[in-house]
Design a protein around this ligand. Structure first.
Ligand code: SF4
Length: 412
């Protein structure tokens, strides 16, 4: 289906009464959907049925996901004004799905100085950013306390900005380099100003797939340990999945089941973000190990299933305009999503892998897309406090300029 057909499909589902759609669904799917609507926790078997739903089953699931979203988080579409800073693209890990990493001798390898990073933060804060999102490659020459020192450098100049930084892979690397255990290391980062951690480097939480995607990457047990430790120390994290590559439906369901289990224990996830695999400039695609993921219906399955399977545990479902494009991301607002991510201002991991959705989205465009979907956009903080009608320090609405954003293109 093309974008217009996908939009028409979502509109049709929205306009059709729930009872009609449920009547057309197969009995097992109908039963699972009714349980989800009654706020019962879905079993992994029910999850598998839903994630693989097609045709009338998919339509009924989309409708139920939208209703569950409205009931659980209302009609506002939240977004955060943030800036990504990818402080280095030098990395020795070699993930097969990554087009961002460079070896240090490559001509376009970089490792930003503190001055460059501070000027990016300064620019972002002046234009209204409340959050700085920082991730980078795993640089073999990194000084052991680099991540802590980066936090101190930024926070000493910009004490109010929220720093959302360092994936579990970076945390694992930093802890190894400093020879600290995870509680000690994450506690040190928190005390230096780390506000929250991106739940990236999750890819698929299945070691057999991870071995193929990136055998040097943090394994499932370590990812869970780092995330749970952060939550125990009062550092919230997001949660993510990368779908559309080598994973099976069962592995997708298990992944969400692991996240749901963590959330029951810690309540530390702020949101769940499905991230479609961008294949173009990746080794996986060049080696012929993956086909381009189908655009549209797989995304519809993923988003609607996530809303229902995570119901009662992770309440914010974030769409990724970076991976889907702004127009398709807007349609997912009708399939259970309530958050439109951030303005970003730089995003080079996806761009380097072949993503073409750009590096920023102005607040006006988020508002316009929400309106088109019959919803209202509202700015939020990283931890989902609403910021109604806020203005940037320069008096303007927090809007990112295209030129400034493109001049400084953005990983994981
Ligand atoms: S995804 Fe991250 S860890 Fe993996 S190769 Fe790319 S930059 Fe390195």
């Amino acid at each position: 289906m093309n974008l217009d057909e996908l939009r028409r499909y979502a509109d049709e589902v929205e306009a059709t009464p729930l009872s009609t759609l449920l009547d057309k669904a197969s009995p097992d799917v109908r039963a699972a959907l009714k349980r989800a609507l009654a706020c019962k926790e879905l079993t992994p078997e029910e999850g598998l049925l839903l994630y693989t739903a097609q045709g009338d089953d998919l339509s009924a699931m989309m409708k139920c996901a939208d209703l569950a979203r409205a009931e659980d988080v209302g009609n506002e579409v939240t977004y955060v004004v943030n800036r990504n800073i990818n402080f280095t693209n030098i990395c020795f890990v070699g993930c097969q799905f990554c087009g961002f990493k460079r070896q240090k001798w490559e001509s376009d390898a970089y490792d930003h100085s503190d001055e460059v990073i501070l000027s990016k933060v300064q620019d972002a804060v002046a234009r209204g950013a409340t959050e700085i999102c920082m991730q980078g490659g795993i640089n073999p020459d990194m000084p052991p306390f680099k991540y802590r020192d980066l936090l101190v450098t930024i926070k000493s100049r910009f004490p109010d900005v929220h720093i959302h930084a360092f994936s579990p892979m970076e945390i694992m690397y930093g802890a190894r380099r400093t020879q600290m255990d995870y509680p000690e290391y994450i506690g040190m980062l928190r005390d230096a100003g780390l506000g929250s951690i991106p739940g990236t480097a999750a890819e698929i939480l299945d070691d057999s797939v991870r071995e193929i995607l990136s055998h040097k990457k943090v394994d499932v047990a370590t990812w869970v340990e780092i995330i749970s430790t952060a939550h125990a120390l009062g550092v919230p994290t997001t949660s993510t999945i990368m779908y559309g590559h080598l994973e099976s439906p069962r592995q997708v369901v298990n992944h969400l089941n692991i996240l749901r289990g963590i959330q029951k224990r810690t309540n530390g996830f702020t949101e769940f973000v499905p991230l479609r695999f961008i294949h173009e400039n990746t080794v996986l695609f060049r080696k012929g190990l993956v086909s381009p993921p189908p655009v549209g219906l797989l995304d519809f399955q993923m988003y609607a299933f996530s809303r229902l399977f995570l119901r009662g545990s992770i309440k914010n479902l974030q769409t990724s305009w970076v991976k889907l494009g702004v127009d398709l991301a807007a349609i997912t607002l009708k399939l259970g999503c309530n958050d439109f991510s951030g303005t970003l201002m730089e995003e080079s991991i996806t761009a380097q892998a072949g993503g073409t959705s750009g590096e920023f989205v102005p607040v006006d465009l988020i508002e316009e897309k929400a309106r088109e979907m019959g919803r209202v956009a509202v700015e939020r903080t990283t931890t989902y406090q609403k910021l109604y009608g806020r203005r940037a320090p320069n008096g303007a609405r927090p809007i990112v300029s295209a030129e400034a954003a493109r001049a400084n293109p953005h990983p994981h």
